[in-house]
Design a protein around this ligand. Structure first.
Ligand code: NAD
Ligand code: MG
Length: 397
């Protein structure tokens, strides 16, 4: 029996994970659940899954969580704050950690899980984008394994031979990541000036948290995924291609030197990738239905429009620039997306903020966690200044 810590338990990936887990009570038990501030949702999950440890990241919410758990008759340890998240990721209550916190907030617990030798089921792509080399060093140190939950990387993982040391050794020519194109595929820049948060979050194929939904609308999500693929599969930028595939049925492909392309297909439902990672190297029922190929009828592919959706181009540039550029890209994006969701920045201002931040800050190399966090903070401050300038421009015009 495997025991899990689910960090980000109240989110979209958290819910999909717990749905799969609940289908297999003989295989999985929940050792720890963690969330940010949603006390009621976390308390409900605790009542259902009975973890040993419940962590609420915001210390101001701890008393309320204790009270709700007591009222529900749930007897578990309760803790809050950054150290408690690390405890949730590293304690003896779990051998596997689902890293499903959104954004840089998940970095430290993700690294800690790797260092502790847990099986790391990684959804928190921002962590690997910010600190790919540190995460890989932590995994080597801990001796655990990483299984990607991001559907594209999970698909690539499924299409690669087991245990190949390098892409060349496996005979791989390139990796092809598919992208749905998001809700604004086919639009021009002029048509994107007045986009609202709700429009940006209305993804055609996937139901996800608001931050990743906006990232999908700007294609920055695919940019983060290119950097994620670079770290996960040791692939240089020129061997990672992005193809727009609006149906989201083919989740990514691997092309081999003999011309073969292996792809993974399935309904757009994160439970497939989650079940694969949970049970690997076995397979378990994920609760996902059959993809009716005849009903689907067609699979379309297009080149991404890098002029309209500059986020993807900026991510390739950051990957090629190396050093701290990916940390700056991620931090600027997190700040810009939060400002857009708050109504403080227009949709097109997201890529603009990232581009200006990358152009403003000097590049360097962060070789430990403290330096990564330092670059992240500097980039956030820079982004906030740019956002303030862009929003006062927008207010004047
Ligand atoms: P979400 O917004 O639905 O959930 C986020 C979770 O993180 C919540 O449980 C929230 O409580 C927690 N959280 C937020 N801030 C926190 C903080 N400061 N400290 C501790 N916990 C915090 O997001 P999501 O869609 O589930 O995405 C989670 C991660 O998975 C993201 O990195 C996203 O890019 C990645 N991902 C999501 C999907 C998807 O289909 N939703 C697919 C691929 C990858
Ligand atoms: Mg993805």
């Amino acid at each position: 029996m495997r025991s899990l810590a689910v960090l980000g338990a109240t989110g979209s990936i958290g819910a999909s994970t717990l749905d799969v887990v609940a289908r297999h009570p003989e295989r999985y038990r929940v050792g720890a659940l963690a969330a940010h501030r949603n006390v009621a949702a976390l308390a409900q999950l605790c009542a259902r899954f009975r973890p040993e440890l419940a962590v609420i990241a915001d210390p101001a919410c701890e008393a309320a969580l204790r009270a709700q758990l007591r009222a529900a008759g749930v007897d578990c340890c309760v803790a809050s704050g950054a150290a408690a998240l690390i405890e949730a990721a590293t304690g003896n209550h779990c051998d596997s950690v689902v890293a499903a916190i959104v954004g840089a907030a998940g970095l430290e617990s993700t690294l800690a899980a790797a260092r502790a030798g847990k099986r790391l089921l990684l959804a928190n792509k921002e962590a690997i984008v910010m600190a790919g080399p540190l995460l890989k060093a932590a995994l080597r140190q801990g001796g655990g394994e990483l299984l990607p939950l991001d559907s594209e990387h999970n698909a690539v993982f499924q299409c690669l031979p087991r245990g190949a040391a390098t892409l060349d050794a496996a005979g791989v020519r390139r990796i092809v990541l598919t992208a749905s194109g998001g809700p604004f595929r086919g639009r021009t820049r002029a048509q994107l000036t007045a986009i609202t948060p709700d429009q940006a979050c209305a993804h055609p194929n996937w139901r996800m948290g608001r931050k990743i939904s906006v990232d999908s609308a700007t294609l920055l999500n695919k940019g983060l995924e290119v950097i994620e693929a670079h770290h996960l599969f040791d692939a240089p930028a020129e061997r990672i291609e992005v193809v727009v595939h609006p149906q989201s049925l083919m989740h990514s492909l691997v092309e081999y030197v003999d011309g073969s392309l292996l792809a993974q297909l399935g309904l757009p439902d994160m439970r497939t990738a989650i079940a694969y990672a949970l049970a690997w190297p076995q397979r378990i029922n994920a609760g996902v239905g059959t993809l009716d190929l005849v009903a689907a009828a067609r699979l379309d592919f297009e080149r991404p429009d890098l002029d309209t959706f500059r986020g993807l181009r900026l991510a390739y540039d950051a990957l090629r620039a190396g050093g701290n550029a990916a940390i700056v890209l991620n931090a600027a994006n997190e700040e810009a997306v939060a400002a857009f969701l708050d109504g403080r920045l227009p949709f097109l201002g997201i890529a603009e903020t990232i581009e200006r931040c990358l152009a403003t800050l000097p590049n360097g190399t962060a070789s430990d966690l403290a330096s990564v966090l330092d670059v992240d903070l500097t980039a956030r401050r820079c982004a906030q200044r740019i956002i303030a300038a862009l929003s006062s421009c927008a207010a004047r015009s």
